[in-house]
Design a protein around this ligand. Structure first.
Ligand SMILES: CC(=O)N[C@@H]([C@@H](O)[C@H](O)[C@H](O)CO)[C@@H](O)CC(=O)C(=O)O
Length: 311
């Protein structure tokens, strides 16, 4: 596969951007800018806007367009911007794709169609219809645990015949899938690791970078893990992954949703982006103490690994 796109921007640590709400639960322009500024300050390599962590599934078309607009206002030209445009209908996905292209996004991405189980040829047509709507490069989003659809390497190979397909954001759990997708696409393609719990393993198996839903709570830790991988320091990278996994495990054991927990961690650390939209569960009274413990874990890991890196 040869590509005409500059793939160097599709690497590193790319947080999946969170939905930012005001006190009434409406999309907040001001708080979206707050999250953009936080990521700029943390020096992540890009953001993935409007995906699972962005609660896209609970937003209407106008809200999704607004989020894409606010992020581009603040971050265009400052880091890589990837727009997730997957929606229940091809029509809405295309409208989002056209909107993202008009805002200067660097790439598009989409989950497969949801709700009805569709055959490969219909899924393939869905992705290709989105791809044909703009001139932007496209990243397939494989996330079988939420969509019920598994991308097979045979279909991936077919999709790669479209030169605008630059790779896959893979959220399936086996890191074997990452190796297979990288092998299928070759060095001239991109694979992003999805499961944050195995970021280091995914990178070692061939992922070029990661797009993740927990990066926002601990961008420094993922940036250091990524740097260790680049330097071939696999033992250090594995140690930091283990600390990251303590934090993810704690976040996933809250009564409220993991995203509610992450947003509360951010709020207590000075970045208020509101709560989560129903039916996602907000944090409970019991969660409040656990969140203090999560912040302690974060502080310990941040101080340990930032000082180790600086030595
Ligand atoms: C199933 C799921 O939500 N996976 C997350 C992970 O980052 C996940 O939150 C993390 O590994 C914790 O389990 C990402 O792959 C999703 C993502 O990048 C997105 O928000 O689009």
């Amino acid at each position: 596969m040869t590509t005409t796109f500059d793939l160097s921007k599709f690497k590193g640590i790319i947080p999946a951007f969170y939905a930012c709400y005001d006190e009434k639960g409406q999309i907040s322009q001001e708080r979206t800018y707050t999250l953009c500024d936080y990521y700029l300050q943390k020096q992540v390599h890009g953001v993935y806007v409007g995906g699972s962590s962005g609660e896209c599934i609970y937003h209407n078309l106008e809200e999704r367009k607004a989020v894409l607009t606010f992020v581009a206002d603040r971050l265009k030209g400052k880091m890589t911007l990837i727009a997730h445009v997957g929606a229940p209908s091809t029509r809405d996905s295309i409208l989002l794709a056209e909107h993202a292209a008009s805002l200067g996004y660097d790439a598009l991405s989409a989950i497969p169609p949801i709700y009805f189980t569709l055959p490969d040829h219909a899924v393939s047509r869905y992705w290709n219809d989105i791809i044909e709507a703009t001139s932007l490069p496209f990243l397939i989003y494989n996330i079988p645990q939420t969509t019920g659809y598994t991308l097979r390497t045979s279909l991936y190979k077919e999709l790669l015949k479209n030169k605008k397909v630059i790779g896959v954001k893979n959220s399936s759990m086996p890191t074997f899938d990452i190796e297979r997708f990288k092998r299928t696409g070759g060095q001239d393609s991109i694979v992003f690791n999805g499961p944050d719990e195995q970021f280091v393993a995914g990178r070692i198996m061939g992922a070029d970078g990661g797009i993740g839903g927990t990066y926002g709570a601990m961008p420094e830790l993922f940036l250091i893990a990524d740097q260790y991988i680049e330097q071939g320091k696999f033992r250090e990278a594995t140690q930091i992954q283990s600390e990251i996994n303590e934090i993810i495990t704690a976040l996933c054991s809250l009564d409220g949703s993991m995203y509610a927990g992450i947003k509360e961690v951010l709020r207590r650390r000075g970045v208020n982006i509101g709560g989560v939209r129903l039916p996602l569960a907000g944090i409970t009274v019991q969660d409040s103490t656990r969140i203090n413990e999560i912040i302690s874990l974060l502080q310990q890991a941040e101080s340990r690994f930032t000082s180790e890196r600086n030595n």
